[in-house]
Design a protein around this ligand. Structure first.
Ligand code: PLP
Length: 387
């Protein structure tokens, strides 16, 4: 019913992935697989809602009214079995913004914050740029599937200067959908040591192959905030709106205060209309997107095992970001980037961006038409055969 076989030409729209792609790929028929937005237009019902917003034409200050909160609550209940109280709500203009706010709200200068590398690189900035210290609890790659090191997490949480953990759930870039058991262990360890959890659940709806996302707040509501958004699910990142939930009143007050200090307070007018339409009317569109991503992942996996056996791809449970292990090529990450980006014109992400243990890996955004992915794989094969 929805067409996920074609992409839109995004040049001259200000797209970071396209118009701000680095030289030499910009404007040269490159394969766009970097920034985590999709090459597919948003659902038609969202576009209709945005048109209605434009027809009304009063782009004034806007907040989370009843239809907005009902749309969010209905979605979270249907998709994630999570009952939201509107009282818990705090708006921010993006999840990355919320991460920085949370760091300032729940820690003091010089305190330490846990991350699990390799991880979405703005996690590091949210900590260091705010004068806090990164403490890494690296994920462990067991035959191509990453797991948490709970003993290490326990010992790091026990350090008195550790006050906060930034959890990525589902995890970008390694594609895990953490199980309820894993999250329970994280919750127990953090609670035992008085470490607050910020659960970045922006990829919560992009869960593949029958996996299930567990909302952290459904496990330990009193010791966390949960960051959600429509942006990844429906390709609406440019609307700059995120929905943050803090069930615990003390954490909520701290977060709200820090959010206001950072100038947050309004739901962007267009985002309000788009969110209501997306959550109320676009579940079937999401089914189509997930189906496309699953099919793309299976193609990627098969191609790699049959035609590029020196590479391997991590099991993808969630997100549309595939994590490809190219360590066996024996190239350092700069040489690999030169080869892929400059020679093959595959615009992807260097795994080293996500942490030192990401070196030798590449992150491919596979929310692209299948034909484009096939083109990328063929280019990759040709380029690797030529060296
Ligand atoms: C884990 C994670 N958090 C946050 C973001 C960005 O969120 P926002 O655009 O709402 O700041 C991304 C985008 O790739 C992401 O992968």
């Amino acid at each position: 019913m929805y067409d996920f076989t074609k992409s839109k030409d995004r040049s001259n729209t200000g797209s970071i992935k396209h118009d701000f792609a680095p030289e030499p790929v910009r404007g040269s028929g490159f394969i766009p697989m970097t920034v985590a937005d999709t090459e597919f237009p948003a659902p038609p019902a969202v576009n209709e809602a945005v048109k209605c917003a434009a027809e009304h034409g009063c782009y004034g200050y806007t907040y989370a009214d009843k239809p907005y909160m009902e749309a969010i609550a209905g979605w979270q209940k249907r998709r994630h079995e999570w009952e939201i109280d509107p009282e818990w709500y705090v708006v921010t203009n993006g999840v990355v913004q919320a991460l920085g706010i949370a760091v300032r709200a729940f820690t003091d200068t010089g305190d330490s914050v846990i991350v699990q590398s390799p991880v979405y690189f703005p996690f590091y900035g949210a900590i260091e740029d705010n004068g806090r210290v990164i403490v890494d609890n690296p994920l462990v790659n067991v035959n191509g599937r990453y797991v948490m090191d709970f003993a290490d997490l326990e010992s790091k949480c026990a350090r008195p200067e550790v006050k906060l953990m930034l959890l990525c759930s589902p995890h970008n870039p390694i594609g895990r959908v953490w199980s309820a058991d894993e999250l329970k262990k994280v919750a127990e360890i953090c609670r035992r040591h008085g470490v607050v959890v910020v659960s970045d659940e922006i990829h919560n709806d992009l869960v593949l192959f029958g996996n299930r996302h567990t909302v952290f707040a459904s496990i330990d509501p009193d010791n966390c905030i949960v960051c959600t958004a429509v942006s990844k699910t429906f390709n609406l990142a440019g609307l700059s709106c995120s929905n943050i939930f803090a069930p615990d009143p003390v954490l909520r007050e701290k977060f709200k205060k820090a959010a206001h200090t950072s100038g947050c307070g309004c739901v962007p007018y267009v985002a309000r209309w788009a969110t209501i339409a997306a959550y109320n009317e676009c579940e079937d569109w999401l089914v189509g997107l997930i189906d496309t991503v699953e099919g793309n992942y299976l193609l990627l996996k098969r191609f790699i095992s049959e035609r590029l056996p020196r590479l391997s791809v991590t099991e993808l449970e969630g997100t549309y970001l595939a994590w490809i292990d190219m360590r066996a090529l024996g190239m350092d990450h700069e040489a690999l980037t030169k080869l892929l980006v400059e020679k093959a014109l595959i615009s992807d992400n260097d795994g080293a961006m996500f942490g030192k243990n990401g070196e030798g890996f590449r992150r491919w955004n596979i929310a692209i038409p299948r034909k484009t992915l096939e083109g990328a794989l063929e280019r990759l094969e040709k380029t690797l055969n030529s060296i």
